[in-house]
Structure formats: structure tokens, C-alpha cells
Design a protein around this ligand. Structure first.
Ligand code: PLP
Length: 388
């Protein structure tokens, strides 16, 4: 056996691997678990996108190496999409980079722009892969607490001056995983102001950009004046188009950041399978009804689930976007104890808030990734615990 490198051993523990193990153990004992702990969309990719893949897979051009830095048609489609959806003008060659999923881009970005010891501002609670990116680049994370009283937006006034002045990158994510919060233009305006005054590169993770509720379309960071000078947005196909298995996303915005990502990728990959890129272009340019239906489906599930929990006496709030609900645990329990209780006694798996950072303590995250019936059933099972 060979020992792992110091770098590999220094990476943060993958908290959610243990959750999967726990669920598998209970299932192996013969129990029916309603698994709301993970973030894997449960519905298939819209058929017109799959059909495009099939056709594209037959095309011999796609059997060769794809063009370095991705297909021009897909980058043009991404630019057209941003113009149509958000009124944002992007240069397809200089301001868009194709990624092997949002995760890869988010993990690579600190290595592209920061040096060991540099400071990166990270939301807490937040998507744990940001920590992996920081560890691989050996940069120092400063956490920005997301508090309920501030609608789960970070407060820039609370960032100590010496930290803000030294920070080189800031990660934001709205609609937010895990809290389900959304950001409005005013918040992004403050972000541009704060970051541009300190030359901080903003990385806005727009993974749930297609999933907004109550008639409100989530704001793109790039819609703000000055945003392109300040950073990039990561747009993934995984959630909006139920394409999590396809591993494709893109970064859009600041040309120097896009060049850095492309350069990093030149050293690691050629590009994605051309047929996947063709199908992704179809997702962006083709009919958008399916994407609207996906968002509406999560909104219905949210309404059903939140009202079922309120009916059993759990005081919970409705998320405004993403497909997660962020629920306060009853007093007397840690988030881990409470999740274990729900799994062991109600056979409902949820993700403990502490897995998303220190400020996630006191909450659990529920993924609205099963049918309305199963969500109602989950609420009934929780009711039987007679906690509320
Ligand atoms: N960002 C957030 C907040 C996520 O929740 C996810 C996926 O769960 C991603 C990024 C990564 O998405 P993907 O790598 O599938 O594009």
C-alpha cells in the first residue's frame, strides 16, 4: 500500500459520506427510508435534450477530440441565454468558460487566482466543496456568517477591516444551498461596491439560478452594473435542467478570471464530450417550458411539505428558491442528534446543519427531491415522534 500525499490528507473530511453510510445501514436492515438528505434531482432530463444528445453522439465530429476550451456553439448559446434571460452581454470567447460541472469550477477557482496563505471569504453555512477548493489552494478561509435575522445574507459591515482589506476572493451562492434564501439586486449592489473597493474577486455560485419561487426569478449577479469587473458567475445545468449526471456547467463574467480558468483547464483536460456540449446548447436555446415546470414542481413540493410540517406543529419557514428547506431544530437537540433521531425513529433522512459549517448548527436541511406524497408521509412519520 502507498501512503496518501500530505495534500490529500490535508483535505477536509467529506461529511456527507457518513450520512450516505447511515442511510444505507438503515435500509440494509430492511427499513423504508425517505431520504431527504441529499441534493440529487429525482426527475429525468427533459426529453428534447436527451434526443439532441443521441443525435450528436452519432456525429463523427464528436468522436474526435473536442476543440480546446470547448465548442464555440455552446459558448455562443451561453451568451445568447444570458442576454435573453438577464439582459447581460457576454463575449462568448473571452467571457465564458465551459466547465466539467460547477463543482470542478468552484474547486479550481482558488488555485487559479490565489496563492497559499491568501484569504478567501466563504459563506457559513455553505456548500462544503468551497472548503475543498480552499484546501487544495492552501488558502485561508474567513467565514461570513449567514444569519436568519439578516435573511441569510452576509453582512459586509461585520467583516473585520483587516480581513476585508486582505481578502482576494469571496464566494456567494443565491438561491442558497442550504438555506433556500435568495438575494436581490440591492444586496448584489452592496457586494459590487464592497468587493470592487478592495479588489476582491466575487465568485457567485448560481447553481439554483433556475429555481425561484413566488413568481420571482432569481437575480443574476452579472445583472448588476460593474459586476463583470468584479467577478464571475458559475451556471450549472445540473439543477435547472435535471442534468446532474451530465457534468456540465459554465463560468461567465470577468475576462481575466475566465482566461485563468481556461489556462488551468488547458493543463488538465481537453474539453467535454462534444455531444454533451451540443445537448447543453440545446438546453439553453431550446424550449424553456421544461425548466419552468421543474421550478414549479419544486415550488409545489415546498408548499405541500412546509404546510404539512406546520400542521404537525413544527414552526418552519418557506424557502424562496433552490430545492432545499432549512428547518430549525427543536430546542434541546444538536443538529446531528436531531438528524440521527429522525433517521433512527422516523426513517426520514435529513442533513444536519453542522455539516455546512459552524453557523449551520441549530438547523437541518431537507431536499425537496421526492414526490409530494412521500414528503407528506415524511411529515406524518415525524408527527408520530410527538416532539412538536
Ligand atoms: N453549488 C451548489 C451550491 C450546489 O449545491 C451544487 C450541487 O449540489 C453545485 C454547486 C455543483 O453542481 P454541479 O457540479 O453538479 O454543477
Amino acid at each position: 500500500t502507498f501512503e496518501q500525499s500530505r495534500l490529500l490528507k490535508s483535505l477536509p473530511k467529506q461529511f456527507f459520506a457518513s450520512l450516505v453510510q447511515k442511510v444505507n445501514k438503515v435500509r440494509a436492515e430492511g427499513h423504508d427510508v425517505i431520504n431527504l438528505g441529499q441534493g440529487n434531482p429525482d426527475q429525468p432530463t427533459p426529453q428534447h435534450i436527451v434526443e439532441r444528445l443521441k443525435l450528436a453522439a452519432e456525429h463523427p465530429d464528436n468522436h474526435k477530440y473536442p476543440p480546446f476550451r470547448g465548442k464555440a456553439e455552446l459558448k455562443q448559446a451561453a451568451a445568447d441565454f444570458y442576454l435573453k434571460e438577464y439582459g447581460v452581454h457576454l463575449d462568448p470567447e473571452k467571457e465564458i468558460a465551459i466547465l466539467f460541472g460547477g463543482k470542478a469550477g468552484l474547486v479550481e477557482l482558488p488555485q487559479c487566482l490565489l496563492d497559499p496563505g491568501d484569504i478567501m471569504l466563504v459563506p457559513d453555512p455553505g456548500y462544503p466543496d468551497y472548503w475543498s477548493g480552499a484546501a487544495l489552494a492552501k488558502v485561508h478561509m474567513e467565514m461570513m456568517p449567514l444569519k436568519e435575522e439578516n435573511d441569510f445574507l452576509p453582512s459586509f459591515n461585520d467583516i473585520p477591516k483587516e480581513i476585508g482589506d486582505q481578502a482576494k476572493m469571496m464566494i456567494l451562492n443565491y438561491p442558497n444551498n442550504p438555506t433556500g434564501a435568495v438575494a436581490n439586486e440591492d444586496f448584489f449592489r452592496q457586494t459590487v461596491e464592497y468587493a470592487s473597493a478592495r479588489e476582491i474577486c466575487v465568485v457567485h455560485d448560481f447553481a439554483y439560478g433556475g429555481i425561484g419561487f413566488d413568481g420571482k426569478k432569481p437575480t443574476s449577479f452579472l445583472q448588476l452594473e460593474g459586476a463583470k469587473e468584479t467577478g464571475v458567475e458559475i451556471y450549472t445545468f445540473s439543477k435547472t435542467y435535471n442534468m446532474a449526471g451530465w457534468r456540465i456547467a459554465f463560468a461567465a463574467g470577468n475576462a481575466s478570471v475566465i482566461e485563468a480558468i481556461n489556462l488551468m483547464q488547458d493543463h488538465q483536460y481537453v474539453s467535454l464530450f462534444g455531444a454533451v456540449q451540443d445537448a447543453a446548447a440545446e438546453a439553453l436555446l431550446g424550449p424553456q417550458e421544461a425548466a419552468a415546470e421543474i421550478s414549479a414542481m419544486y415550488e409545489k413540493r415546498r408548499d405541500v411539505f412546509i404546510s404539512s410540517l406546520q400542521e404537525i406543529g413544527w414552526d418552519v419557514k418557506s424557502p424562496k428558491g433552490s430545492f432545499f428547506a432549512w428547518l430549525k431544530v427543536p430546542s434541546g437537540y444538536s443538529s446531528l442528534d436531531f438528524s440521527d433521531l429522525l433517521l433512527d425513529k422516523a426513517r426520514v433522512a435529513v442533513a444536519p446543519g453542522i455539516g455546512f459549517g459552524e453557523h449551520g448548527e441549530g438547523y437541518v436541511r431537507v431536499g425537496l427531491l421526492t414526490s409530494e406524497e412521500r414528503l407528506k408521509e415524511a411529515a406524518l412519520r415525524i408527527k408520530e415522534l410527538e416532539i412538536f
